[in-house]
Design a protein. Structure first.
Length: 110
């Protein structure tokens, strides 16, 4: 009946676990945001893409709402260069129309 020595077994497993750890670290560090609007696979993704089409504020609000009910989504998964360009065009159009002035609930002095 073979007797296993704990020290030699651990020494044999050490190089293997080091390789697995290095591989896991490499995979984790190479993970990037994935654009989820081409096409949106779930209802959450469809709603997030719709919110992203409106504005960054709408998308942020939707992401925060979903995260508060433990449906964890990331803002960056629904934004690409075309989306940010669209937001920039809408912001520029709002500035040229004079909508960039702050709106007050009341101008009455209290």
């Amino acid at each position: 009946m073979p007797i296993f020595n704990r020290r030699t077994t651990m020494k044999a497993l050490l190089p293997c676990s080091s390789v697995i750890f290095a591989l896991a670290a490499t995979v984790a560090s190479s993970a990037q945001a994935e654009y989820r609007c081409d096409p949106a696979p779930t209802w959450v993704d469809r709603e997030a893409c719709k919110a992203a089409g409106e504005s960054a504020r709408d998308l942020r609000r939707f992401v925060e709402t979903m995260n508060s009910i433990r449906i964890n989504i990331r803002f960056t998964d629904y934004v690409n260069q075309a989306t940010t360009d669209s937001w920039d065009r809408k912001a520029m159009a709002a500035r040229t129309q004079g909508d960039d002035e702050p709106k007050l609930a009341s101008a009455q002095i209290r």
